[in-house]
Ligand binder design. Structure first.
Ligand code: PSU
Ligand code: MN
Length: 304
């Protein structure tokens, strides 16, 4: 599979020198935020990783190549094209690559490509999970399967309440994925610091995150680790307001019969619309916060 992979010069140099690298996804750019804030945020997140002493590797499929490390022009291209770029999860890789097409990588695909490139830590906003009503729709994100099989640490701000958070945790338990709360016992719900659900373990330092991940890999357990990092207090949103917007968005998606891979992008855009852009500001801040934690943890991992 390595012949399909292409590292940017900066990522290649960092990997060869044994420097810490942090992977970033691209669906958040194309489908997760509107242009031009998506491009601005992607570049700011890369900068935050550099400032924290690691090298960013934004991941995407460009012209059928699995890319780890994009140029600013490539990020601008994906951001401007937005939802017109194919949202690429695990099942999309074969045809996109064979056609020499472009794809924005979800958490699942970013993990696959990061692992192929030897990158162990990945920062994002929120992961996909078990959707509300999954007991009839069977809509469960491929991100959860990937966490169960691919050895990458994913640093996120929990999952949005567009999902069924309780079922998402059950699924992760079944797949053997440790769910860590960074400085918290409660699963953060993306825009808010709490959800009412407990994580498996609370860890308070990047050192201990690195130690747990190292132990997982050295034991050969396989699979990834989910680190949930609550949004900084000053940017967190009023739960009543955000949850009302989410309920409305879920109801609208059902009424419109949205299904398959369109569900998550529809809900993200609708929540943003209903909260008049405040949710976008929170979203940007939490991604930056996750990028900094991922960089600090990657540095710890590379100490040994
Ligand atoms: N949740 C967010 N923002 C996002 C996504 C999810 O809060 O941008 C994106 C991620 O790329 C994630 C994908 O991997 O949506 C999940 O899509 P699905 O539910 O179709 O698997
Ligand atoms: Mn789905």
């Amino acid at each position: 599979m390595k012949e399909y992979l292409e590292l940017s010069p900066a990522v290649k140099a960092a990997m060869m020198a044994g420097e810490p690298v942090v992977a970033l996804e691209s669906t958040i750019i194309s489908h997760g935020m509107p242009y031009p804030q998506n491009v601005e945020t992607a570049l700011r997140v890369e900068e935050a990783i550099r400032e924290s002493g690691a090298v960013p590797a934004t991941i995407a499929i460009i012209g059928g190549r699995l890319k780890a490390g994009l140029t600013a022009d490539e990020i601008e291209y994906l951001g401007k094209k937005g939802p017109a770029v194919t949202k690429a999860s695990r099942r999309d890789l074969p045809v996109l690559v064979a056609r020499g097409a472009d794809g924005a990588t979800t958490v699942a695909t970013t993990m696959i490509i990061a692992h192929l490139a030897g990158i162990r830590v990945f920062a994002t906003g929120g992961i996909g999970g078990v959707h509300r009503g999954a007991e009839t729709t069977m809509d469960i994100s491929a991100d959860l399967e990937e966490l169960g099989r691919t050895p990458v640490m994913v640093v996120c701000a929990g999952a949005k309440a567009i999902l069924d958070l309780g079922l998402t945790l059950e699924y992760l338990e079944t797949k053997g994925v440790p769910v860590i709360g960074f400085g918290t016992e409660e699963l953060p719900a993306f825009y808010t610091r709490t959800s009412g659900f407990k994580v498996d373990y609370r860890i308070d330092t990047p050192e201990e995150l690195a130690a747990a991940f190292r132990a997982q890999q050295e034991m050969g357990l396989g699979g990834g680790m989910l680190v949930t990092n609550p949004i900084p207090e000053e940017y967190s949103m009023d739960p009543a307001r955000i949850n009302a917007a989410i309920d409305q968005a879920v109801a609208d998606s059902r009424r419109l019969g949205i299904h398959g891979k369109e569900v998550t992008p529809y809900l993200l855009a609708r929540v943003k619309e209903l909260t008049g852009g405040d949710s976008l500001d929170a979203n940007i801040q939490l991604v930056l916060n996750n990028a900094r934690l991922a960089a600090r943890t990657a540095k710890e991992l590379f100490l040994r």
